[in-house]
Design a protein around this ligand. Structure first.
Ligand SMILES: *[C@@H]1O[C@H](CO)[C@@H](O)[C@H](O)[C@H]1NC(C)=O
Ligand SMILES: *[C@@H]1O[C@H](CO)[C@@H](O)[C@H](O)[C@H]1NC(C)=O
Ligand SMILES: *[C@@H]1O[C@H](CO)[C@@H](O)[C@H](O)[C@H]1NC(C)=O
Ligand SMILES: *[C@@H]1O[C@H](CO)[C@@H](O)[C@H](O)[C@H]1NC(C)=O
Ligand SMILES: *[C@@H]1O[C@H](CO)[C@@H](O)[C@H](O)[C@H]1NC(C)=O
Ligand SMILES: *[C@@H]1O[C@H](CO)[C@@H](O)[C@H](O)[C@H]1NC(C)=O
Ligand SMILES: *[C@@H]1O[C@H](CO)[C@@H](O)[C@H](O)[C@H]1NC(C)=O
Ligand SMILES: CC(=O)N[C@H]1CO[C@H](CO)[C@@H](O)[C@@H]1O
Length: 375
């Protein structure tokens, strides 16, 4: 194990740690400057940030054959970086999904690897907080007691949850896709969110996805600061953005793909809130349930943020068919909203207070009549 001293972090971590498997930051303040970050030696599997360690930098794992880890109660802070700092552009602001700096990055990931992050706080990220590269279908993430603060910018996403991930006890201050459910067999629970303007809080869009068995339970939105609704980039508690490549197109579906067996439960939103759902569906939907949701109050009507829209896109490769809801669900009901309350008022079909202009503000495409319910 290598114990870092302040001056050493300015040296190339790759060169100085060739045989080390653990890097330890003891209590103290460390910095890499705004145009460097820690590209770790391939031998390094574990970054240990002791309580009281405050590291101004970003971490890039280069190990391709071991479980990876970050732990203890220190802070990793991106405060020295420009917004969207692009490593390939000298850390200047130049947006690139591939090379803008992630606070946590892993390169050359192989099947069977995992990443554990326990206890850590990430501050002031310049871009997506975390992305790994390589075989992302076969890496899993284990997150506990994680805090993310200082979302001063947009593009301040939450963590990726690769297949079979378990994410719990998290605080997110986030300005973009926050709880990102892009993969199957994921459980996310006990998440407190302070949301700034961009993107839905639970995101499952951008591409047509074939995913199943996802559970998001006990989400407490303590504050949200959306400025206005957005049709293609829904601002809602649960949402699917339209196509990443062609956001205003509605023929971007793949009707071979289905989002199934997905449950959001016990989601509460305090204060002025956005819509419950905003879905531009590029996949079929089956057994999608939103159970026990509470919205304290909606944003003022001028923002158009209160409308829950669900609309289906067409698939040009399969006869321009529109995606389906409920084709493989009990009673053909693919979207079940159960126990939805706004303020003190329970919203349901039976109570007749669900539509666009009444309490629930659900504006679901008429073509899906009978395929969804609110009860
Ligand atoms: C920004 O990044 C793109 C590639 O993503 C590159 O072509 C371009 O030269 C970069 N611009 C600057 C100013 O570095
Ligand atoms: C669903 O995902 C959980 C992990 O969240 C996993 O334990 C379980 O085995 C999965 N179920 C199926 C049917 O794959
Ligand atoms: C969804 O769950 C049902 C019931 O457990 C199961 O029969 C079905 O195969 C699952 N669907 C997918 C796509 O995993
Ligand atoms: C309905 O949801 C609320 C939270 O909004 C919860 O407190 C309540 O227990 C739920 N009711 C049932 C019957 O589950
Ligand atoms: C699908 O829609 C496109 C654009 O409207 C049209 O050109 C094409 O002929 C349609 N294909 C089928 C199979 O209907
Ligand atoms: C299917 O619909 C029937 C009649 O409306 C209802 O009694 C039953 O509970 C429904 N089943 C499910 C699984 O929702
Ligand atoms: C919406 O629901 C309200 C309350 O039930 C009703 O008065 C109104 O006519 C409905 N609007 C539409 C367009 O159906
Ligand atoms: C090597 C390995 O585990 N590959 C798996 C990666 O994930 C895909 C999709 O789930 C599987 O089909 C592969 O078998």
């Amino acid at each position: 194990m290598a114990v870092m001293k302040t001056l050493e972090v300015l040296l190339s971590l790759s060169a100085s740690l060739v045989n080390q498997s653990v890097v330890v930051f003891n209590p103290g303040v460390y910095y890499f400057t705004g145009n460097a970050h820690a590209i770790l030696s391939p031998s390094v599997k574990w970054v240990y940030l002791a309580p009281g360690a405050y590291v101004k930098g970003a971490v890039q794992y280069m190990n391709s054959d071991s479980p990876l880890k970050a732990s203890r109660f220190g802070v990793l802070s991106g405060e020295q970086y420009f917004y969207q700092a692009n490593v390939a552009s000298g850390y200047n602001n130049n947006k690139s999904d591939a090379t803008s700096l992630k606070m946590w990055r892993g390169d050359g990931i192989n099947a069977g690897q995992s990443w554990t992050i326990h206890g850590i706080t990430t501050n002031a990220q310049p871009f997506n907080v975390m992305d790994f590269y390589g075989d992302l279908e076969n890496i899993t993430v284990d997150v506990a007691d994680y805090k993310q603060v200082g979302a001063f910018y947009t593009q301040t996403d939450g963590l990726q949850m690769y297949p079979n991930s378990h994410v719990r006890d998290v605080f997110y201050h986030s300005g973009d896709d926050t709880i990102k459910t892009y993969y199957s067999n994921v459980r996310a629970e006990r998440i407190v969110v302070w949301k700034t303007n961009n993107a839905p809080i639970i995101q499952l869009g951008w591409y047509s996805r074939n995913i199943a068995n996802i559970s998001v339970d006990r989400v407490d939105v303590i504050h949200s600061k959306y400025q206005g609704g957005s049709e293609y980039y829904p601002r809602a508690l649960v949402g699917c953005a339209a196509s990443y490549e062609d956001p205003t197109a509605t023929d971007t579906a793949n009707t071979r793909n289905t989002i199934a067996n997905y449950t959001v439960s016990n989601i509460r939103s305090e204060g002025i809130s956005p819509a419950l759902v905003g879905m531009n569906l590029m996949s079929n939907l089956d057994r999608f349930r939103i159970i026990n949701s509470w919205i304290e109050e909606f944003s003022p009507a001028t923002t158009q943020l209160e409308y829950s829209a669900v609309r289906g896109f067409t698939d040009p490769n399969h006869g321009n068919r529109t995606v389906t809801i409920g084709a493989h669900s009990a009673n053909g009901t693919g979207l079940v909203i159960q126990n939805y309350t706004v303020g003190n008022e329970a919203v349901s079909l039976a109570a007749g207070n669900w539509n666009r202009t009444s309490t629930g503000h659900l504006d679901i495409s008429p073509s899906f009549r009978g395929k969804w319910t609110v009860q």
